[in-house]
Write a protein that binds this ligand. Sequence first.
Ligand SMILES: Cc1cc2nc3c(=O)[nH]c(=O)nc-3n(C[C@H](O)[C@H](O)[C@H](O)COP(=O)(O)OP(=O)(O)OC[C@H]3O[C@@H](n4cnc5c(N)ncnc54)[C@H](O)[C@@H]3O)c2cc1C
Length: 411
Amino acid sequence: MSASANNAPVLVVGGGIGGLATALALSRKGIPVQVLEQAPEFKEIGAGIQLGPNVFRMFEVLGLTEQMFHWCAFPTGLEFRDSITAETIVDLQIDKRFHDRYHAPYGVIHRADMLNVILDACKNSNLIKLAISQKVVSIDDDGSGVTVKTETGETYKGAALIGADGLWSTVREHVVGDGKPVVSGHIAYRAVLPTSEWPKEYRLPKMIVWCGEKTHLVHYPLRRGELFNLVAVFHSDRYEEGWDTFGDPQELQARFAEKCEPVRMLLGKVNAWKMWVLCDRPAIKDWTVGRITMVGDAAHPMLQYLAQGGNMAMEDAVCLANAIEASGRDYEKAFRTYQQQRYLRTARVQLMARVFGEIYHASGVNRELRNKVLREWSETGGIDMSWLYGHQPELPRVDNVPLPPPTRLDA
Ligand SMILES: Cc1cc2nc3c(=O)[nH]c(=O)nc-3n(C[C@H](O)[C@H](O)[C@H](O)COP(=O)(O)OP(=O)(O)OC[C@H]3O[C@@H](n4cnc5c(N)ncnc54)[C@H](O)[C@@H]3O)c2cc1C
């Protein structure tokens, strides 16, 4: 590789959580980056995101722990309830024992807060250039560098390119060409409310999952307890692309008509829902070609049932930056190493997310079985999630993420 190609910026297509985290991780290794975002601003939709212990380690590596802690709520537990009978199936504690086990906390954060923390860190780096309203429409890798063209007619040249352009990725179409994502048949409605508008008896500092037949509802506090986040999911064959479609409250009530009164009452608290058609793709082994690779949903889109898509994108960013550094900026070699290190981990999360979706929405005998198995967790304190939350060999070992104070809510 020539010295000039080596010093050119890496192009990152997409400025969501994955793209900005990748830009930041590369800059921490002294690598210049040009981010190209199609939207007119760097913005996340108004909804919560769950953060497993595995992602707090990545925050620590990137120097973001303090800021993320500032915006997070830290739930004290995870309770599963049956949405038909309203009974509590299991009520798990997220406490010091949890922290001791995984060496990091479990948190929840407003997506905009999370993106802004990463964006501010990017803005503070003189190695990162951020461009908005730049939708990448064509990509050319000539073996010594990558050139892209954007919809507005601009051209950008880089030493390499990282696609962080999400579920409907243009970069993936160029690299893999496997068409549209797989429609899961599940639709999510999401909303955020001020805590003052949330019923007092449900102002609890924990995540509550109401498991139903072909539906589920999750709610938890956000932003240090100032907000509440709701996600309601039901089965439907509709397909619409994008992250910005309004939901229909009447459709939601109809889908949850058979559920217990508290669930219907909670759903009735929201007038303005946003809607997502949930999609993923089967896991693949190869998302790299030459000087082009991908991170996050572009590489391994997954259903949200393990709450890990954004977490995996953060892990990708750290792993990829390490691989580039270790290769001495031999991008082709680094991209293959990174992919080799990541594909089985992300494939496992993709697959298990589908399984957890089946469990949440189980009917008939499967529902009875789910409730029986979840009840058994009461005795064991939950199942061992080390495969997901524990240290990964391809990522830096971090054992010092502090134990945060639990979020308290004034009832
Ligand atoms: C209902 C729901 C709940 C979820 N809950 C969680 C959770 O609790 N925890 C968790 O970790 N994950 C969760 N996820 C998953 C998480 O939202 C995604 O995995 C994450 O947003 C992926 O980040 P990304 O940066 O890869 O892609 P995106 O967030 O989709 O970002 C892609 C960016 O690329 C831009 N872009 C697209 N095409 C182009 C182009 N051609 N040129 C330039 N820019 C382009 C887009 O505008 C966008 O800004 C959830 C998802 C859903 C649907």
